[in-house]
Structures are given as structure tokens and as C-alpha cells.
Design a protein around this ligand. Structure first.
Ligand SMILES: [Mn+2]
Length: 316
């Protein structure tokens, strides 16, 4: 196994796919910035249970480091087109005991990255990480006079108002997004099985105007109605909970649920959004290395992340 990896040129690299390390967000000039956050607002019962994700995904991406300029057939060419830069800014110094500080840290970094004309690609951590991301994207959306569309790809709807008194946790992400003045549209794709959603939460989301595309519909008819729900030319943040993927390819999640999206359905959806709108932010959350099987989930996460970076790098 080790010699196979060596044959493909894998080595120890500290950044995703051996991309240049960015030590100062103020020095960013456009392109894509990958940034890790081990957690944000944890529930006391589980803590930062996805803390190892950025490291595991980067380690899986190391397999491609020597081949960064090779053809990625998921994109039809090298991950980065000529002249587009992608950097890895490492991990934010989040702390389990300082949720409010973590939210400020993540939001501040996102504002910095947007101000430098770049697109933040945030690696969680659990699903509380996107809340300050979505919040911080209001500044850039406001500056350009454009409102934000949130595309959540997830097995769960995350519309709980609070869980044991915590309002900023991973089950409330879309509820909090719906309360932000700059969020004009929410499209949620991939719901299935039984999760944390109560009937009242689902009704609130529908009353707000969320466009739901359950996983069953994606299996039967593809992602295209979800794409139709994205306004032409909109600024879009894509929030990917990896449990949206089927557990047969993504076992590294806290609760596996059958009937999830395929690798291609997720990448097709991201690519189609970039064609009709503009991706201004992306997050990949809920990857739990301890639940992975033989590195399968990490490999899928890394391949998908390379595809997403390539799609964002290609948008106009
Ligand atoms: Mn989920």
C-alpha cells in the first residue's frame, strides 16, 4: 500500500494536494482559499466530534499532490486552469470552550477572504461551522447589492430552533440562515430517513419558502429541479454535509442513512450551480474520521473537494 502510494508520487504534504500554504489572508489575491475549522458551536454531549476532518481530508488529498497539473477527468482538465490560484490557509485556532469566539474567528476569516476577491472553501468540523460562514457572506453580498442563496446538501434539514438551549449548534444551521436579512433563498437537497426534524420544523421551513428536493427525488429524477430552484446569476453559498452522500461511498459520518446522493450527483449539482449562478462560498462538514472504513470516505471527500475547487476556479 505504501509503495503504491509512492508510485503515484504521494508524500507527506501539509496542505490539501500540496497547494501553496497561505500564512496571511491579507496577501490573498483572488482564486480559492481552503481553510479548516475543527468545530464551532459544539453540543456538550458530543464536543468537536469532527475535529480530525481537515487533517484526514488533507492526508487523502496528498495522494494527488504530485499530479496536481495532470488531467482531472471529473473536470476535463487540470484542477486549476491557467492563471487561477488556490491556496490552503491551514486551520483556524478554534477552541471547544469558546463557541462565540469561534464564530467570530470563522466570520472574520471569511470576510477577509471575500475582501481579497477569493472564494472561501471551509473544511469543518461539524455542521455548526457554516453559520458564521453564511453570516459573513452578507457583507460581500451587501457590498455588491446582491442577495444570497443558500444551497444546503444534507440528509437533514437542520431547522431546529434550539437543542438543550443551544441556538447556534449543528441542528439549527438552516433555521439561523433563514433569519439572516441577506439570505433571500434556501434550497435544501438530500433529505431522507428519520433525523432530528420535527413536523413543526419542516412546516416552518416550507412556510419560509425553502425549496426541498429529497434524496428520493434525486435518485429518481436527478438534481435538475434543485438547479432550477437556484436563481439565475445569484450569489450562492453551498453547504455540503457529507452525510448527503450515500454511506456506501461516505461511511465517515456519525449517523449513516441509506439512499443518499452519489458522488456524481453532488458534483453535477455543484457544477450546474456554477454555470447558472456564482458560488461565493463552500463548506464541507460532518466528516468523522473515526467512522471511516479503510480511508474510503476520506478518499471520496478529497476527490470531491478537488472537483469543487476546480469548478469554482472555472467560474466566470
Ligand atoms: Mn446532516
Amino acid at each position: 500500500m505504501a509503495s503504491l502510494a509512492a508510485m503515484f508520487g504521494a508524500g507527506r504534504v501539509a496542505t490539501f494536494m500540496g497547494l501553496p500554504r497561505c500564512h496571511d489572508l491579507a496577501a490573498v489575491e483572488g482564486g480559492v482559499v481552503i481553510l479548516g475549522a475543527a468545530g464551532c458551536t459544539p453540543y456538550p454531549s458530543v464536543g468537536f466530534y469532527c475535529a480530525g476532518a481537515p487533517e484526514a481530508i488533507r492526508a487523502a488529498g496528498a495522494a494527488y499532490a504530485a499530479n496536481l497539473t495532470h488531467v482531472d477527468f471529473d473536470l476535463g482538465g487540470p484542477m486549476l486552469p491557467e492563471g487561477v490560484r488556490a491556496v490552503d490557509a491551514g486551520d483556524l485556532p478554534v477552541r471547544e470552550e469558546d463557541a462565540e469566539g469561534n464564530r467570530k474567528l470563522i466570520a472574520g476569516a471569511v470576510r477577509h477572504i471575500r475582501a481579497r476577491g477569493a472564494v472561501p472553501v471551509l473544511l469543518g468540523g461539524d455542521d455548526s461551522v457554516p453559520i458564521p460562514l453564511i453570516e459573513a457572506l452578507g457583507a460581500s453580498a451587501g457590498a455588491s447589492g446582491r442577495k444570497l442563496t443558500v444551497l444546503q446538501i444534507d440528509a437533514h434539514i437542520d431547522w431546529r430552533d434550539e437543542v438543550s438551549g443551544e441556538r447556534w449548534g449543528l441542528s439549527s444551521t438552516m433555521r439561523r440562515a433563514s433569519e439572516m436579512a441577506h439570505v433571500e433563498r434556501i434550497v435544501q437537497v438530500g433529505q431522507r430517513g428519520i433525523g432530528s426534524a420535527r413536523v413543526a420544523d419542516f412546516n416552518d421551513a416550507k412556510a419560509w419558502g425553502v425549496g426541498f428536493v429529497p434524496a428520493g427525488e434525486v435518485a429518481r429524477a436527478g438534481v435538475w429541479r434543485a438547479v432550477d430552484l437556484i436563481p439565475e446569476g445569484a450569489d450562492v453559498v453551498i453547504c455540503l454535509d457529507v452525510d448527503a452522500l450515500d454511506p456506501s461511498v461516505m461511511p465517515a459520518v456519525i449517523g449513516r442513512t441509506a439512499g443518499g446522493l452519489s458522488y456524481w450527483q453532488v458534483l453535477e449539482l455543484v457544477g450546474a450551480v456554477a454555470e447558472k449562478a456564482r458560488i461565493v462560498g463552500f463548506d464541507m462538514v460532518e466528516f468523522m474520521p473515526e467512522r471511516d472504513i479503510d480511508g474510503l470516505g476520506a478518499m471520496v471527500a478529497a476527490q470531491l473537494l478537488a472537483g469543487v475547487v476546480g469548478v469554482i476556479a472555472r467560474q466566470g
